[in-house]
Design a protein around this ligand. Structure first.
Ligand SMILES: Nc1ncnc2c1ncn2[C@@H]1O[C@H](COP(=O)(O)OP(=O)(O)OP(=O)(O)O)[C@@H](O)[C@H]1O
Ligand SMILES: [Mg+2]
Length: 309
């Protein structure tokens, strides 16, 4: 990685990586998405397994396989704030790397790629970023044989870059940027490269339709329901000596109630409520149910993301 790439990519991570494995395992309620994502990734990074499946079950490489392969390798993670989009995007590469027994590299596009608004800058930065990723994917490509490694490009807060060109007030420069983004995604689809693009957004409706239609899958992330809050809170609270009734009462208290239409997001639970509980007790007292009820009162959930209209 040379000096000038630093501003295009926030970071470059390699998998397998034990920290990512731990974060990935700690994500609850996303099992369906994890399963689908891993399957899609496996087919992209290990295309031989698809050909093998086709030969085994249909005695030839069926045409269906080509349709599958020609899809742009784009996946959209959409949904409310604090529901695990970034966390899953940053860590699933570890699970794929372990499962496929290969090395994976994650390039996270920096918001700096938006540039300063100078003419042609965003287009230039985006083309450069996609160019880098394509280069890395080509190097990793097995050219018909098994890929030696794979590349994931993460575009977080994608609405900042991929806003619909339909928006009347959209700056000409942004429009050119969206075009560069579309070209970049299309370009990666050519040549069976071991590359995958993930875009995260709170505002899927604001994404350009041409981007949305290219997505192989759009995953919708939601706040945890009662059962998922239970799955999240139970192990932590049980360890602190809470009874099942007490845990249930806190699970209910963190849901939609008393006219409030929304419950806690995963990040409300993980990054506000539980640390708040610890801070309320530390350093002089233990964590009790009474204290927990108080902390819940003092840490209301974040309101859902509302698109500005
Ligand atoms: N499904 C989940 N299970 C467990 N913890 C979660 C889950 N989702 C989120 N968290 C916790 O909340 C933190 C924030 O989540 P994350 O940054 O992935 O949210 P996000 O969906 O990207 O939100 P935003 O739209 O605001 O960017 C995570 O680091 C993790 O600690
Ligand atoms: Mg995020």
């Amino acid at each position: 990685m040379n000096q000038e790439n630093i501003e295009i990519f926030e970071e470059v991570r390699e998998f397998p990586d034990p920290t990512a494995a731990r974060r990935y395992a700690a994500l609850v309620g996303l099992d369906h998405m994890k399963e689908r994502l891993l399957k899609e990734a496996r087919l992209l990074f290990d295309p031989e397994s698809l050909t093998a499946w086709s030969s085994k079950h249909h005695r030839r490489k069926t045409r269906l396989v080509d349709f599958f392969r020609d899809r742009p390798p784009l996946f959209i993670f959409a949904g409310d704030v604090g529901t695990g989009k970034t966390a899953l995007a940053e860590t699933f590469g570890d699970a794929v790397a372990r499962e496929a027994n290969m090395r994976l590299v994650l390039f996270a596009l920096s918001l700096n790629a938006r540039g300063t608004g100078a003419v042609g800058e965003m287009t230039m930065l985006l083309s450069k970023a996609f160019g880098e990723v394509k280069q890395a994917a080509k190097k990793a490509s097995g050219r018909g044989a098994r890929h030696s490694s794979g590349v994931v490009l993460l575009i977080d807060e994608a609405d900042a870059l991929a806003q619909s060109r339909e928006l009347a007030q959209m700056h000409h420069e942004d429009r050119a940027g969206v075009n560069a983004l579309i070209r970049g995604v299309d370009d990666l689809a050519v040549g069976n490269l071991p590359a995958m693009v993930i875009m995260c957004t709170n505002r899927v409706d604001a994404l350009d339709p041409a981007i949305r239609r290219r997505a192989a899958v759009t995953f919708t992330f939601m706040r945890p329901n009662e059962q998922q809050r239970q799955a999240f809170l139970q192990p932590v609270l049980e360890e602190l000596g809470f009874t099942p009734q007490q845990i249930h009462s806190l699970v209910t208290a963190t849901g939609a109630k008393d006219g409030r239409k929304y419950g806690y997001s995963y990040s409300d639970l993980a990054q506000r409520l539980l640390p708040g509980l610890l801070l309320a007790a530390y350093p002089s007292k233990p964590i009790t149910f009474e204290l927990a009820k108080e902390v819940v009162e003092n840490h209301p959930p974040t309101p859902p993301f509302q698109a500005e209209t």
